[in-house]
Design a protein. Sequence first.
Length: 188
Amino acid sequence: MEAVRLVILGRQGSGKGTQCARLVATYGPVHVSTGDMLRSAVEEGTDLGRRAGALVDAGELVPDDVMIGIVAERLAKQDVVDHGFLLDGFPRTPAQADALGEIMGDAGLARAVNIDVPVDEATDRMLSRARTDDTEEAIRRRLQLYESTTEPLLAWFEEHGLLSVVDGLGTEDEVFERLRTVVEGAPA
Ligand code: AMP
């Protein structure tokens, strides 16, 4: 089987984090999480961290050109070339998706998989593990923000014939089996 080269999408409460870990354990791609990369840059106080810190804290998007540069650099590293990638948190905008196409170049565009969990179920899951300051209203607001930024992206991947939707309801094992089907290219 070829190396996994996949963009993973899914709202908070979709189980994306758990499923990313299982995909990495099973297929060995490098988990490239732009949120993690930005948070460590902030912690380490790098140039990038100083520029992006306030935006990350406020939950606002870091400018496209900055993000595209970071991801292009990361995807060019040998570990990614050898083992493939699971791209998490990027692209966040259609401009980033266009840039990803250019970054991939001859290797071709990466497929995107959306772990689909209805908003009400995602809200319930998040409420059940929420901290006390995490009100239902705040959770709903975060999910809405995700919706408005992700909707155009889903449309982008769909238009390019690159979107797979996986039902995120059911047990972890059930969801993982559905992901395996997408990753291994077997008929659904
Ligand atoms: P995440 O952990 O993916 O939710 O990312 C945490 C924060 O990092 C986001 O709220 C943004 O401020 C920033 N961020 C992560 N990925 C991107 C991206 N692709 N484009 C712009 N900002 C991003």
